[in-house]
Unconditional design. Structure first.
Length: 313
């Protein structure tokens, strides 16, 4: 089986990049590092990547607007046929366009137990609060800072006499254990229902003016000023199915989809008569590009005309 192609973005020494890279050398690792890129041309992590035979790209961001610089990075990712992006000490806020393009496929690691202590100076904040435990979090990237769906966390005890430096050292150990495991789980699709919901959520909420609320006992995604365009369904009324419900053009297309691929598509209860289609997420590897396309299509069908054109320019 081909391994997932991962790029790592760094700005400094790249210790988490190194952890991901060395973990990828294991025979059963489901990903490979195909590019290390940086906004700092002399970042120490680039030298390590070169020494290990990994292609690198570096370009200073000064003088470029955020979206312009992200477009340069995105072009390199496309050139390297990257499928997933791992941020590892990448000290740049990403543009909304970049985040939307990589929704569900871009992850980051943060040195706290999110949602606690977002941003910088985390360890100082932990000690100032008198907390007895901290840790690290791997999450999917969304436009909000350190606010994406959580994929995994590791807990680290705070020891009497800790300084920000000593605490940071131990949290780094935990990061180096957590990040490769979560990345491997993400690319191999073995993260379970919570992670699948997180990926659906990231893709859905990356669409313009999309929101989420519980509806019909399931997480539902709607467009402001419009209607619901998707639902995440897990074992709804004991049917044992995990799937995504989106709008087809009608019952005719719904029936054709199910006839052509009954292992993937199904007619959901309650929503089926209205032309909604269920897409199974519990049949092995998920084609997340396909899911993203369906979400965008269903969003268009539900959004007011003033918004629908935003995905067509």
């Amino acid at each position: 089986m081909a391994r997932a192609r991962v790029a790592v973005l760094i700005s400094g020494r790249g210790s988490n990049m190194a952890a991901l890279l060395y973990a990828s050398h294991a025979p059963d690792c489901p990903y490979e590092i195909v590019l290390v890129a940086s906004n700092v041309p002399d970042a120490p992590g680039l030298a390590l990547a070169r020494a290990e035979g990994v292609p690198v790209f570096a370009r200073a961001h000064q003088g470029l607007k955020r979206a312009e610089f992200d477009a340069i990075i995105d072009a390199e990712l496309e050139r390297a046929e990257v499928q997933y992006v791992a941020l590892a000490g990448y000290m740049r806020l990403l543009s909304e366009g970049f985040v939307a393009s990589w929704a569900g496929r871009c992850l980051n690691i943060h040195p706290s137990l999110l949602p606690l202590h977002k941003g910088l100076d985390v360890h100082e904040a932990v000690l100032a609060a008198g907390e007895t435990a901290t840790g690290c979090t791997v999450h999917l990237v969304t436009p909000a800072l350190d606010d994406g769906p959580i994929l995994g966390q590791a807990r680290v005890a705070v020891i009497a006499g800790d300084t920000p430096e000593t605490l940071a050292d131990r949290v780094h150990y935990a990061e180096h254990q957590l990040y490769p495991r979560v990345l491997a789980e993400l690319v191999s699709g073995t993260t379970g229902v919570d992670a699948q919901l997180a990926r659906v959520r990231a893709l859905a909420l990356a669409l313009p003016e999309a929101g989420e609320r519980l509806s019909h006992g399931a997480p539902g995604f709607f467009v402001q000023g419009g209607k619901f365009f998707a639902y995440f369904s897990h074992d709804h009324h004991g049917n044992g199915v995990t799937g995504l419900l989106v709008k087809a053009s009608g019952v005719e297309e719904q029936a054709q989809l199910i006839e052509n691929d009954p292992e993937l598509y199904y007619r959901p209860a309650y929503f089926g008569p209205s032309g909604w289609i269920g897409i199974r997420l519990d049949r092995g590897a998920v084609d997340w590009d396909h899911i993203g396309d369906w979400l965008a299509r269903s969003w268009r069908a539900s959004a007011p005309k003033r918004l629908a054109a935003m995905l067509d320019f």
